[in-house]
Design a protein around this ligand. Structure first.
Ligand SMILES: Cc1ncc(COP(=O)(O)O)c(C=O)c1O
Length: 339
């Protein structure tokens, strides 16, 4: 990569091994169920998550929205933390596609008070009814929810017979932090989406997994969303390497994030939320006003790209293409730029 690109882990390029596998992938028409590489990826993904079946979809957003579309009926409510990706960054899709009403609950980094969840669930016979609870782990704030919390939400959902969808875009990062298999996290939800295209370096694609019945219904609805792809084995070939190999190394990105956070913490005027560095994301807060345009220009002229601070908070994301030398350079450049 030409720049030290810390905007997101979505900026990662496919590895050489992926490019080779893509070039040689066996393919078929996946809408007919004929693509052997897609079929293999879906089988591997289901096994890895401890679910019966899985479906390859073009993006994480489509995976989440397809889950909502499949779980709920039009007009149903979906209970979610107010700061989950489905609320903040999916362009209002739940209202447009599934016709669902998002019931957004106050949250701290994706964690909603359990009492609030239970008291928000609408009893049967009420209109609208609660059709789904959505959780996100790891959360986009960089924190990972513990398994005890997930189990408690599961217990509430079971008491009221409401399904749970997990936005596990970065489930392997969450698993690395919790030191468990991804299936141990996924078992608390009825369906789960994870992304192959973020820290796992595949160029395109996400997985939606659940029961056979759920996945078959989702497969039909994927067509409504225009998500039926033809020779998608070209993409799935990279996804297989992402799942098989890259998912096992995300802890290295977490180590880079901790190193970066520790160096940034030493810069005067910068506060680092060390307690939130669970995965590959570092959030820094400027303790005095900063000229954002100037800061971004200085970083870029030294070969670093990042998203500008939002309300004085800047997010830096490590990934496969960020090494210790780049981490050190980032801290030096930022320190100089803020001096
Ligand atoms: C938590 C979370 N969920 C879902 C998505 C959506 O993924 P995509 O960009 O592939 O649509 C993202 C993307 O950054 C994400 O961070």
């Amino acid at each position: 990569m030409k720049f030290i690109d810390l905007r997101s882990d979505t900026v990662t390029w496919p590895t050489q091994e992926m490019r080779q596998a893509m070039a040689q992938a066996e393919v078929g028409d996946d809408v007919y169920g004929d693509d052997p590489t897609v079929n293999r990826l879906e089988k591997m993904a289901a096994e890895r998550l401890g679910k019966e079946a899985a479906l390859f979809v073009p993006s994480g957003t489509m995976g989440n929205q397809l889950a909502i579309f499949t779980h709920v009926q039009r007009g149903d409510e979906v209970i979610t933390a107010e700061d989950n990706h489905i609320v903040m960054h999916e362009a209002g899709a739940a209202a447009i596609i599934a016709g669902a009403q998002l019931r957004c609950l106050r949250s701290v980094k994706g964690r909603v008070d359990l009492h609030d969840i239970e008291s928000t669930i609408r009893r049967s016979g009420e209109a609208p009814k609660t059709g789904l609870i959505c959780m996100e782990n790891a959360h986009s704030s960089g924190v990972v929810h513990d398994l005890y919390y997930m189990r408690q939400v599961r217990d509430i959902a079971d008491r009221h017979q409401v399904p749970i969808h997990l936005d596990g875009a970065r489930i392997f990062n969450a698993a690395a932090w919790l030191k468990v298999d991804a299936s141990t996290i996924a078992k608390y939800s009825d369906s789960v989406m994870f992304c192959l295209s973020k820290g796992l370096c595949a160029p395109v694609g996400s997985i939606l997994a659940g029961t056979y019945d759920f996945v078959e219904r989702a497969r039909q609805k994927r067509r409504i969303m225009g998500g039926g792809m033809r020779q998608a084995g070209i993409l799935a070939a990279a996804g297989i390497i992402a799942l098989d190999k890259m998912s096992l190394r995300v802890h290295e990105d977490h180590e880079m994030a901790v190193q970066l956070a520790s160096l940034l913490e030493q810069i005067p005027g910068v506060r680092v939320r060390m307690e939130d560095v669970h995965i590959n994301m570092v959030f820094i807060q400027f303790q005095r006003p900063v000229n954002t345009d100037e800061l971004m220009r200085k970083l870029k002229s030294d070969g670093i790209i990042a998203n500008p601070p939002n309300n004085g908070v800047m997010r830096l994301v490590t990934h496969y293409y960020i090494d210790p030398e780049m981490v050190k350079k980032t801290a030096d450049v930022l320190s100089k730029a803020l001096a």
